[in-house]
Design a protein around this ligand. Sequence first.
Ligand code: SF4
Ligand code: SF4
Length: 448
Amino acid sequence: MKTFLDWSAYRDAGMGDAYADIPKQGGDFAKAVAVCINSRQCETLNKGVMCPSYRVSEDASLSTGARVRLLKAVLNGDLGSRALLEPDLVRAMELCVSCKGCKRECESNVDMAQIKIEYLTQLNAITGISLRARLFAGLPRWLHAAPWLKRLPGLRNRHPWLARWGERLLGISAKRPLPEPASFAFEPKAQSGASVNGLPVVLFVDTFSYHFEPEIADAAQAVLSAAGYRVTIARSLPEDSPRPLCCGRTYLSQGLIEEAREEARRVLAALLPHARQGIPIVGLEPSCLLTLRDEYKALGMGDEVLELASQAMLFEEFLARELSAGRLKLPLRPLQTNGQKTLIHGHCHQKAVGAMKSMRKVLKLIPSFEFEMIEASCCGMAGSFGLEAEHQALSLAMAEQSLLPTLRQSPSTRILANGYSCRQQIKDGVQRRSVHLAELLRDALNLE
Ligand code: SF4
Ligand code: SF4
């Protein structure tokens, strides 16, 4: 079996373990699947993220371990690649929301999110790629190449017949508003004052911050500058396409590894020189920035990705690191809170790398600021998953497990969510806007 991702990190997995039960086919990919020890911890409803599809259905065939068992059966069989189309496996894999809950919480760290990328790519090779998958995956390209298309989601949201047409032809749920790009994309601001000579930082502005919520990138630039850092906005190399940099996440989510590799190549070319000088690469959207640290290592692009990964960090991780090093000086004043605690919803990928500790540490910098972390699994939006007609109801059900009821109990509290998808799900579910940490800190800046 030819695999599309580089699974060599699992080369020694299960070696010498008589019970490892490594499937006959699939090489190192099969070893990555076989790290599961069948403990069924993923079929519990304890605190944590793992496994949203099991939590919402309590259907044992939708747990991480069930996916492993189905994949093992296929990799052990002599049924050829079409066995990947076996209906139970297709259903189990399509309902994995790639939250990485298992990568962190399962005692064997099964990385089903990465396994799903390989699976989807294998599936695409057999069945072809749907128009919907191409549309969602190609977002970074078409937003740049055809800016007039930015008005389409708004048009579709205002005309129910267009939404129904979109559901019938493309399978995009008519029950959801589509995220609407901002009228103006992100524009870096000129720096002034002390920060011109400050420590250098590269701000990686992802597709979502660039085209949909540029105010978040503005806020991040303002906060970093106010803290005295010299901010450079990550840009593609002059000899490359002038299209804004993109991590490639939208392609990976649809199993388009070649296109993701091309995005990664552009990012690497632009950011490696900075990383080699030890300059931190700071990102705002958890699933995008963490792609540089996680999935890039499986793209088979050599050791340079490790150099990039070593400098790639989330906004909150960077600030927490600087605070620990005694370098962070942010002039912050108390925020208007009406005596209410701010509720924090962590993105699954933030939780998967333990970044909520950094978030907590940074939030404590705001004088008299009270907050509470929401105990919830995945919000259920998971990129395009919640927009897909066949998944919309399940996606909302995931949010209704804990996140949305918690928010309804406090109807006028401020909500902080660093994930773009999480903010969309919250907006659809309780009609409230959530802020990113960068916006909260910008609002607390005391610049008088
Ligand atoms: S996926 Fe992890 S938690 Fe689930 S059965 Fe396998 S080892 Fe246990
Ligand atoms: S990535 Fe998330 S949804 Fe998928 S199997 Fe793991 S815990 Fe479940």
